[in-house]
Design a protein around this ligand. Structure first.
Ligand code: 5GP
Length: 201
């Protein structure tokens, strides 16, 4: 059996990576990873579905116990990917998809270089600014902080294998699905199956 593939979606706040992530999860059998966070739940968010919500003290204990594949501070809250379920799924041959911030991608690539990282960006920075403004939840200060962060995040492009420009959500989702299919069809990701067909193992 081939080991599963680990896909990571990242990109600036407002580029739509969360929406793309949910739609891709709904359309495929990719396993999601439920992150742990110290930020409070938003209305409608469910423990164990959107996140595992923990206090900062509990979070620090999890770090000390080595429970995270990666952890990052994003806008004053901590977010981390629990390690055990990821390797369990990959070992069983299931492909996994995460949504993390750009620091998270850096740590994942360091620990797991085979990870396939997809950067989600708006077609340009003006569109990003408009989307952040249209959310209606961000102050002017926050908008300029997020735009500055977006430039820094894009300048980390070398960490990534693919970029998807999210102009129309459905098109962007399809592009991510196409990337997943192309990676799954790579010869190197099918060696166990090919050798078994040839009776070589
Ligand atoms: P939100 O609070 O809006 O759900 O997420 C804020 C940011 O944290 C987003 O950029 C999201 O991608 C990132 N994030 C969510 N989970 C994780 C995680 O497990 N690790 C890292 N590094 N970032 C995460």
């Amino acid at each position: 059996m081939n080991k599963g593939l680990l896909f990571v979606i990242s990109g600036p706040s407002g580029a739509g990576k969360g929406s793309i992530y949910s739609k891709v999860i709904a359309k495929t059998d990719l396993k999601r990873s439920v992150s742990v966070t110290t930020r409070p739940p938003r209305p409608g968010e469910v423990e164990g579905v959107n996140y595992f919500f923990r206090t900062e003290e509990q979070y620090q204990q999890m770090i000390a116990a080595g429970e995270f594949l990666e952890t990052a501070e994003v806008y004053k809250n901590f977010y981390g990917t629990p390690k055990a379920p990821v390797f369990e799924n990959l070992g069983k041959g299931y492909d996994v998809l995460f949504e993390v911030d750009v620091h998270g991608v850096k740590s994942i690539k360091k620990k797991y270089p085979e990870a396939i990282a997809i950067f989600v960006m708006t077609p340009d920075f003006e569109t990003l600014e408009k989307r952040l403004r249209d959310r209606g939840t961000e102050t002017e200060d926050k908008i300029s902080i997020r735009l500055g962060a977006a430039r820094r995040e894009l300048s980390e492009y070398k960490l990534f294998d693919y970029i998807v420009f999210n102009d129309q959500l459905d098109v962007a989702v399809q592009e991510v699905l196409d990337i997943v299919t192309a990676e799954k069809r790579k010869i190197k990701n099918n060696m166990a199956r090919i050798k078994s067909l040839l009776g070589e193992n």
